[in-house]
Write a protein that binds this ligand. Structure first.
Ligand SMILES: [Zn+2]
Length: 125
């Protein structure tokens, strides 16, 4: 069961007082009646209009989940199409990172070599 399924509510009007009760779709599908919070009368969930509202909510949810699945499948397809490009990019990135690491090492070696020479110069003069 998806998270959407758990969080979907059905709005049931009380035939006695007109108050709209909000119940979870899963709960509504499992129960035959609902007790109105306002007038305490029992609302039949297996009769119209409650039955139709539950059925319509379930249908809307099913089509919504189908749409989500379609979008998810499409996204996966796009992800597969994009992946090889990303791999190339990552390889290029790692190469440039290695190059960037090598360059400072070389300059550091040069810098280390340069200070070694000046002390020789004053001695020879
Ligand atoms: Zn009521």
């Amino acid at each position: 069961m998806s998270k959407i399924m758990k969080d979907t509510h059905v709005y049931i009007p009380c035939p006695a007082c007109g108050k709209t009760e909000r119940v979870k779709l899963k709960w509504a599908e499992k129960h035959k009646s609902l007790k109105c919070a306002k007038c305490k009368k029992s609302v039949d969930l297996r009769a119209a209009p409650s039955k139709d509202l539950i059925a319509r909510t379930a249908t809307a949810l099913a089509s919504f989940e189908k749409t989500l699945d379609t979008l998810h499948a499409e996204a996966k397809k796009f992800a597969k199409a994009i992946k090889p490009k990303n791999d190339k990019k990552n390889k290029k990135m790692s190469k440039s990172k290695k190059a960037a690491k090598k360059r400072p090492a070389r300059t550091a070696a040069r810098r280390a070599a340069v200070p070694a020479l000046p002390p020789v110069d004053p001695a020879s003069l």
